[in-house]
Design a protein around this ligand. Structure first.
Ligand code: F0G
Length: 468
């Protein structure tokens, strides 16, 4: 009997629980936006139609995970939920020591403070902002050395998340003792959700071994990275994404993971490694700030949801749908003539605001302006990844609009549309695409923005703006 392979990719799940979306008018959104000082972090989520602020912690959990939540054991010490999580992570990563934390940045803080000597360097394909902030807070110096393809935003290449191996070897040759660790972020979130190839990950392992440097994987989106390897790298087409993920982790010395992404949970994180001395140092730090070693700042039910989520995310049927549905949005935006980081990332589409809004000068924050305009126009909430998030104020960061004069801008002005896992259907994405199509006619009317309140640190969360 012929088993037809249909082209239509369906969401590989049924929906059992629904959460209503409140419809709003453009007039209402204009008001909400003004009240929020043109900062979408300050808009109430109930006033957002399609929320693409982040894919972190926004996952819809499965019926198995919700069943697991009822099974969660809330004992302070030795809960079976922890041992189920430990076993899942041991099998997946090959690491014997599994340390739960409440989320990724807690893992990062513990890892950097417990294992790295102040003054040393952390070298990476690209650190995520909390990872960089935690490394710097622990007295470390950070260095990003993405591959050459990374800099060609709109030119497709299969593995734009790779590290520049020549520059890495130069760093290690010059002073390997000065490098605390090499961190490979898979996929590269700050750089367009782009994957790293197995070849690159292996070459980093070889260099770390040769120069005696610790090799860390920031594995937040390890499953999406594994699926990209399966579909793009020769020799991996017949392996499952789970097998590829297992191979990736076994290259490294330690992994730091936020379970809020490919762990498929609403909260949670972990550290995993083989070195028992490192684990002991991390556990001592964990007890001080997060909680006992078998719960690490989480409820037992969260550990249970993680134990199940980490297995669900490497399912190839799910991953096929996941990557193709994000790609669907990306390809249609390209057809509409939008400049995006190309190819589309695993978890998000990144709009290039400088190209989309050529009439807005860099000092007027084109990505912030685009994010605000898109919300007002269609109720879609993305996030600015540009000079508001990463720019620096060279002088004293005052609070008035005049503080703009001392700005050092970031090189890229992107708007990230991050797609939560298993939350939106194709109809939601078709709404987004229709809105983006009509929005094109409005683009030349969008004005730049200026700060009315500029906080000194992590300013994108609480800054306020007005239209120029
Ligand atoms: N590493 C990467 C690559 C991340 O993307 C994130 C979070 C973290 C570490 C920190 O994990 O949030 O659990 O503390 N990224 C979220 C985002 C916030 O929206 O991209 P966390």
């Amino acid at each position: 009997m012929k088993d037809y392979k249909f082209k239509t990719i369906i969401e590989p799940f049924k929906i059992k629980v629904v959460e209503p979306i409140k419809m709003t008018t453009r007039e209402e959104r204009r008001k909400y936006l003004a009240e929020a000082g043109l900062n979408l972090f300050l808009v109430k989520s109930e006033n957002v139609l399609i929320d693409l602020l982040t894919d972190s912690g926004t996952t819809a959990m499965s019926s198995d995970q919700w069943a697991g939540i009822m099974r969660g054991d809330e004992s302070y010490a030795g809960a079976p939920s922890f041992y189920r999580l430990e076993k899942t992570i041991q099998e997946l990563t090959g690491f014997s020591e599994v340390i739960p934390t409440h989320q990724g940045r807690a893992s990062e803080r513990i890892m950097f403070t417990a294992l790295c000597e102040k003054g040393k360097k952390v070298v990476s394909n690209m650190l995520f902002d909390t990872t960089r902030a935690n490394a710097e807070a622990a007295g470390l110096v950070t260095l990003d050395i993405p591959c050459a393809e990374f800099y060609h935003t709109m030119k497709p290449a299969p593995f734009k998340g790779n590290i520049d191996l020549d520059r890495l070897e130069d760093e290690l040759k010059q002073n390997a003792k000065g490098v605390a660790m090499v961190v490979m972020t898979i996929t590269n979130n700050s750089g367009g959700g782009q994957p790293v190839s197995m070849q690159n990950l292996k070459a980093v392992r070889d260099l770390c071994k040769k120069y005696g440097v610790v090799y860390t994987i920031d594995g937040c989106r390890f499953a999406e990275n594994a699926r990209f390897i399966k579909t793009r790298e020769a020799g991996y087409e017949n392996k499952s994404s789970r097998e590829i993920a297992m191979e990736i982790f076994r290259l490294a010395d330690i992994t730091s993971i936020s379970a809020k992404k490919d762990g498929m949970t609403n909260i949670g994180g972990l550290l995993a490694m083989n070195n028992k001395e490192w684990a002991q140092s991390c556990k001592n730090n964990l007890i001080l700030t997060e909680g006992f070693i078998t719960y690490g700042g989480l409820a037992g039910r969260d550990l249970e949801a993680m134990a199940i989520g980490f297995n669900e995310s490497v399912d190839d049927e799910y991953l096929k749908y996941r990557l193709q549905s994000v790609n669907y949005v990306g390809q249609h935006l390209l057809e509409l003539g939008y400049a995006i980081v190309n190819p589309p990332g695993g978890h998000a589409i990144y709009l290039d605001a400088k190209t989309i809004l050529p009439h807005i000068r860099e000092e007027q924050y084109p990505a912030q302006a685009l994010t605000s305009a898109l919300y007002e126009f269609a109720g879609i909430r993305g996030v600015e990844i540009g000079s508001v998030m990463f720019g620096r104020d060279s002088g004293d960061a005052g609070t008035g609009a005049s503080a703009n004069t001392k700005e050092i801008p970031h090189t890229q002005e992107l708007v990230r549309l991050a797609i939560p896992r298993r939350v939106y259907t194709q109809a939601h994405m078709d709404y987004l695409l229709e809105a983006m199509s009509v929005f094109k006619g409005e683009i030349s009317n969008i004005r730049g923005v200026r700060f009315t309140y500029k906080p000194k640190v992590l300013r994108h969360f609480t800054a306020r703006f007005e239209w120029c």
